[in-house]
Design a protein around this ligand. Structure first.
Ligand code: PEP
Ligand code: MG
Length: 579
């Protein structure tokens, strides 16, 4: 039995067999062969093609047309590629002319083809590079004698273990069978962690070398509450965890009972509790958990998990579905926040040196106006269906905000010309998630309807700590005095300008921060849906006066350790079961 400690990012307990996913990024060195080995290497290439075709044909047959229509189409494209004789010939020619191994010939040929695709400006064509890399990996696995670990066709409960998972991979997991996640890399607010939380899959990240110590098929306990992973637990540990899991579920059940009750403090202050979602079908979960609307819809997930960009109609349908759950309640649609750790297929293979400081989020939209306007058009169309609001992410200065608003007005004019109805008075907000926006909040507030504090990024940019890097995760904390001072400034400036202020960063999903946030003046909180009952319970157990005292006390403290210790103790007194 081996016990590993990481960071708990998604609550719950799961006990299941592991599936270890490879990094899947092969680097094939150029190795020479003797002239006498040419025939053997060429035959290995032919065998790899035959094996890959066989594997894909079997996979294709298991997809039923209704559910997996799109996947079936992708398989068909891959099969056509693999059956193309000229491709195989190109590789065997390389073996003969350059005396290289089969692996090198496959990799070099496929990467050359992929590089042609990525250079093409047309998004559809450049996206095909992802297919080429996928075919390359399939062939290399045949050559290297490893079967691809297949997460798509699970038949029993499984815990997925990986060095790193992308938000896209995580979002694509079959929730029926994937019962837990454990990764070597990652941090609490990495998007992979956020997705795991939204899907309700217990997860632990930052386990550093777990993939080196675990084998596929080992039994694993994921303790998503305490950030512990136990590999090959003994009988006694398993039964302790089964008991603990039952108790945890009972607590969840008990908390679900307050679903219908309002989020109101003991001294009568109403707090609006909203949900953060990545997919429209999560809106129902927000409602079920007792949320009163959507405070953050991360629409970039419409671009992930798919081969081609969504159309205007795809956008519209996703928004209409979300709004239909909440009719007259707020639904804040955030415009796409692509870049950093969230890439479309076409961008995946052209990484930037510093993606979190690069062409990300609103910057990406302002440079891709067709895409941006398509989304705004769809949001405006959906605005007549309910109480839709628009929010722009990662604003760093006034000019950027005005530019985004200007483009929105432009799209409104287009809709006027097309005689398409929309809400002319739609509320427009921005996320405050950079120190520059926080420090100029007073100016920004004059031209906008609301702010939402995006503390996941605000912490990262204020403290210069990558939110997804496990090596610096102990430095990443919303309890840092610098972060708290910025938060206080933004809240005060919003009050002065009389605009709404909410918080949608993960900080607000953590029980220990609630009293502080209420004490600083926050009255609207948007969080990951599974945490709504717990946070509501805390709100219902405190008075604003207690919260004000906590905030006053915290603002006199100068160390993160002191602050987090104090907050934890205060929250533990309110809801001991949560700790
Ligand atoms: C944030 O940065 O706090 C936020 C809510 O946005 P995201 O986590 O999607 O970057
Ligand atoms: Mg953010």
């Amino acid at each position: 039995m081996e016990i590993k400690k990481g960071i708990a990012v998604s609550p719950g307990i799961s006990i299941a067999k592991s599936l270890v996913i490879d990094a899947e990024d092969y680097r094939i060195p150029r190795r020479s062969i003797q002239p006498s080995q040419r025939m053997t290497e060429s035959q290995r290439i032919r065998n790899a093609f035959a094996g890959a075709i066989d594997e894909l044909t079997k996979l294709e047959a298991t997809q039923d047309q209704t559910e997996g229509g799109k996947i079936k189409d992708i398989f068909a494209v891959h099969l056509r590629f693999l059956r193309d004789r000229s491709l195989k010939k190109k590789m065997t020619d390389l073996v003969h002319s350059q005396l290289v191994t089969a692996e090198y010939a496959v990799s070099a040929t496929m990467r050359e083809i992929a590089s042609h695709f990525t250079k093409v400006k047309d998004a559809y064509i450049s996206e095909r590079a992802a297919d080429i890399y996928d075919i390359e990996r399939r062939l290399l696995k045949q050559l290297l004698g490893k079967k691809r670990e297949d997460v798509e066709h699970l038949t029993e409960k499984t815990v997925v273990v990986a060095r790193e998972l992308s938000p896209t991979q995580t979002a694509g997991f079959n929730r029926e069978f994937v019962k837990g996640l454990a990764t070597d890399a990652g941090g609490r607010t990495s998007h992979t962690a956020i997705v795991a939380r939204s899907l309700g899959i217990p997860a632990v990240v930052a386990l550093e070398d777990l993939t080196e110590t675990i084998r596929a098929g080992d039994t694993v306990i994921i303790d998503g509450n305490r950030g512990i992973v136990i590999v090959n637990p003994d009988e006694q540990t398993i039964s302790q965890y089964q008991k603990y899991s039952r108790e945890f579920l009972e607590l969840e059940y008990k908390l679900d009972a307050i679903r219908e009750k309002p989020a109101i403090t003991r001294d009568g202050t109403k707090i609006t509790l909203l949900g953060n979602i990545e997919f429209p079908d999560e809106a129902e979960l927000v409602l079920q958990k007792g949320g009163e609307g959507i405070g953050l819809y991360r629409t970039e997930f419409l671009y992930l998990n798919r081969e081609t960009d969504p159309t205007e109609q795809d956008h519209y349908e996703a928004y209409a579905e979300t709004v239909s759950v909440f009719h007259d309640r707020p639904v804040i649609i955030r415009t796409v926040d692509l870049g950093a750790d969230k890439y479309t297929q076409s961008k995946r293979f052209a990484p930037e040196p510093n993606p979190f400081l690069g062409l990300r989020s609103i910057r990406f939209c302002l440079q891709n106006l067709v895409m941006f306007k398509t989304q705004l058009h769809a949001i405006l169309r959906a605005s007549v269906l309910g109480q839709v609001k628009i929010m722009f992410p990662l604003i760093t200065n006034l000019q950027e905000m005005m530019q985004a608003k200007f483009i929105l007005r432009d799209v409104m004019e287009d809709l006027d010309e097309e005689s398409i109805p929309y809400n002319r008075d739609i509320e427009i907000g921005i996320m405050i998630e950079t120190p520059s926006a926080a420090l100029t909040a007073f100016t920004l507030a004059r031209d906008i309807d609301f702010f939402s504090l995006g503390t996941n990024d605000l912490v990262q940019y204020t403290l210069a700590v990558d939110r997804g890097n496990e090596q610096v995760s102990t430095l990443y904390s919303a309890a840092d005095p610098a972060v708290l001072r910025l938060i206080r400034t933004v809240i005060q400036d919003a009050y002065k300008a009389q605009i709404d202020i909410s918080i949608c960063g993960e900080m607000a999903s953590e029980p220990e921060y609630i009293m502080l946030l209420l004490g600083l003046g926050v009255k609207t909180i948007s969080i990951t849906p599974p945490m709504i009952p717990e946070i509501k319970q805390i709100i219902r157990s405190v008075t604003i006066e207690d919260c004000n005292n906590v905030a006053r006390k915290i603002l006199t403290m100068n160390s993160e350790r002191q602050i987090s210790g104090y907050l934890r103790n205060a929250a533990r007194k309110i809801l001991p079961e949560a700790f």
